[in-house]
Design a protein around this ligand. Sequence first.
Ligand SMILES: Cc1cc2nc3c(=O)[nH]c(=O)nc-3n(C[C@H](O)[C@H](O)[C@H](O)COP(=O)(O)O)c2cc1C
Length: 184
Amino acid sequence: MMSPSVLFLYTTVDGQTKKVADALQKELEVANVVYQLENLENYDLADIHWKNQLVILMGAVHTGGFDPKLIAASQDDAFILHSDQTHFVALNLIARNKEKTKIENNVYVREFLAATAWQPAHTEIIAGALNYTKYTKEKQDSILRVMAITKGPTDITKDYEFTDWQQVSEYAQKIVGFVKGEGK
Ligand SMILES: Cc1cc2nc3c(=O)[nH]c(=O)nc-3n(C[C@H](O)[C@H](O)[C@H](O)COP(=O)(O)O)c2cc1C
C-alpha cells in the first residue's frame, strides 16, 4: 500500500509557525515522505483529497486565541469526520514552560479543542517566538501584558526564540512513523 502524503495547512502572523513548518518539511524530505505546504489563508478546504492523506493544521495563539481560519477548519465537517487522519500543531508562549506543552495544562489548546468535535490523532504544542523589536507599539503592549502575567521577559529591546527545535525534530520523526505505518 502507498504511504499517505502529508498536507501542512498553516496560519502565521510573524512567521514562526511557517518556520516550524519549514523545519518539519525538511525532515520529511530527508525521509522521502511526500508533502505539500499551504497557507490556510489562500487554501480552500474543499480541495483536500482525504484519501491517503495526513493533514496537519498549524497556527499560533495571538491575544488569547487562534486565527479564525484555523478555528473554521477545526469545525469543518470533513476535518471532524477524518479526525484520525489529522494532527494539530499549536504555537504559543506559555509553552516555553515544558509543563504547558501538555494539552491538559495549556489553556488555549484545551479550550480550542473543547469548542469542537474535531479530535486530532495527535496534538503538538510548541513554544513560539517573542520578537519585541519587530512588533508595532500596539503589539508590544499587548504581548507585554501576557509576559507580565506569566513572568516572561519584558525587555523590549530584545528578541527571544523559545521554540524547542529538538522537540520539532522529534515530532517530525513521529510524522514519518505515522505515514510509514509504524503507529501514531
Ligand atoms: C500580538 C501578539 C499577541 C500574542 N498573544 C499571545 C497570548 O495571548 N498567549 C501566548 O501564549 N502567546 C501569545 N503570543 C505569542 C505567539 O503565539 C508567538 O509569538 C508565536 O511564535 C507567533 O507565531 P506566528 O509568527 O506564526 O504568528 C502573541 C504574540 C503576539 C505578536
